[in-house]
Structure formats: C-alpha cells, structure tokens
Design a binder for this molecule. Structure first.
Ligand SMILES: Cc1ncc(COP(=O)(O)OP(=O)(O)O)c(N)n1
Ligand SMILES: Cc1ncsc1CCOP(=O)(O)O
Ligand SMILES: [Mg+2]
Length: 211
C-alpha cells in the first residue's frame, strides 16, 4: 500500500473499555465519518484469537473507506489480518524485525525522551509516536509528559513524521500542530465521546487553527 502524506494527520487509537457498549467497530465507523485518517487497534487484554477476529473485522470496515489500519504491538496479528501497519514502543518487538516481517507496512515507533532519538533515527520506521505530550489517564504506564517544549525539541532534531499522542483534544490540537507535529493520535477524545463522529470532526477542524 502506498501511503498518502496526510494519512497520519488524525489517528484514532482504540480503547475497547472507553468505547463501552457501542463496541469498537461502531465507534471506529463513526470516527471515520468524522474523517479520521488512520486507525490503530490497541488491545491490551484480548486473547490472540479474539484480537485477530477484531482486527479482521476492522480491516473489512476500513479497507473500502480507504483508511489504513495499524495494529498496536502485535506483528502476528497485523500479518494475520492484512493490516497496513504496526506501532511498536521501546519495549516491543524491535522495529528492525517489524520491518523485516512487513517490508511495505507503515511502521511507527514511540519516542518518550530525547535520549531515545539517536537510536530511533537508525531504525527503519515511517513515523515516531511522540509519547505522551500531555498527561493522560488512558495509559497508566505512560512516561512523564514531554510538553510542547519536548515536542519542539524532538521536532528540531528529526526530519521524520511526528504523531503526537497523550492528552490531546480539540482544545489543544492546534497548539500541538504548531509545535511541529505532523499529526495527532487520540484515544479518549474520540472513544469516550458521546458522539465520536462529531468529536473527530471537531478535532479535524480545530487542527487547522493556531493554538
Ligand atoms: C501513535 C502512537 N504513539 C505512541 C504509542 C504508544 O506505544 P507504546 O509505547 O508501545 O505503548 P502501548 O500503546 O503499547 O501501551 C501508540 N500506541 N501510538
Ligand atoms: C496509547 C498512548 N500512548 C501514549 S499516551 C497514550 C494514551 C493516549 O490516550 P488519550 O488520547 O486518551 O490521552
Ligand atoms: Mg506497545
């Protein structure tokens, strides 16, 4: 798959608990109506078979809509469902192995500190998840927040695409973009919203404005 330049502009990262009784698929479908550009399926509690089933269902939903599916952490699940990409963190499968297993995939790597950048620059990845920019309750084991200054410092040291994540919503997304992000990734701002389509649309609209 060839990726459009703006595919990372508004990434939805799923959380099945926050999606609640509506279910992940219904929330993702609504978010796509609100114009999210990419969806990352993040499942920390599902067993492997259920993860693959959900990933396949999501791929079937997203493919005809032209929205790429990225799988969090699990290359095996990504391969099984024909996903477009994989996102890994500093303790997950090394990006070199992800790339070897999925040569044409969109591969993302989390960056939590400036010190992680030199090694990351040698890794065969397409973007960095700058993580977290603001404090978040969604990921209890997240590193300390980088803040906009931390994001700017990373921006100044890499030409790679930066997807900012952590505590981002329609009220601060423009400031995050102004600090040098190429896109934002959100969980609660969409998954916990009563109207995920409207929430995604609001985020999209807010990103163009200076913050
Ligand atoms: C876009 C994006 N950026 C960062 C992360 C975090 O990945 P990781 O550090 O591996 O943490 P988990 O998501 O696996 O808990 C992400 N998922 N997406
Ligand atoms: C998955 C992840 N990685 C770094 S912060 C985070 C959670 C972001 O969630 P929210 O958008 O609700 O702050
Ligand atoms: Mg991970």
């Amino acid at each position: 798959m060839k990726f459009q330049a703006d595919v990372l502009r508004l990434c939805l990262v799923t959380d099945s608990t926050l999606c609640g009784e509506r279910g992940v698929l219904a929330v993702v479908e609504a978010a796509v109506q609100g114009d999210v550009s990419c969806v990352q399926l993040r499942e920390k509690a599902l067993d492997t078979r259920a993860f693959v089933e959900r990933a396949r269902a999501l791929k079937a939903l997203l493919e005809p809509r032209g929205v790429p599916l990225v799988i969090n952490d699990r290359v095996d699940v990504a391969l099984a469902c024909g996903a477009d990409g994989v996102h890994v963190g500093q303790s997950d499968m090394p990006p070199q192995d992800v790339r070897r297993l999925m040569p044409h995939a969109l591969v993302g790597l989390s960056i939590e500190t400036l010190a992680q950048l030199p090694a990351a620059e040698l890794a065969p990845v397409d973007y960095y998840g700058v993580s977290p920019v603001f404090a978040t309750g969604t990921k209890p084991d997240a590193a300390p927040a980088l803040g906009l200054d931390g994001l700017r410092a990373i921006r100044a040291r890499t030409a790679r695409a930066l997807v900012a994540i952590g505590g981002i919503h329609a009220g601060n997304a423009a400031a995050v973009m102004a600090a040098g992000a190429d896109g934002v990734a959100v969980v609660s701002a969409v998954c916990a919203a009563p109207d995920p389509a409207a929430a995604a649309r609001l985020l999209r609209d807010s990103m163009g404005r200076a913050g």
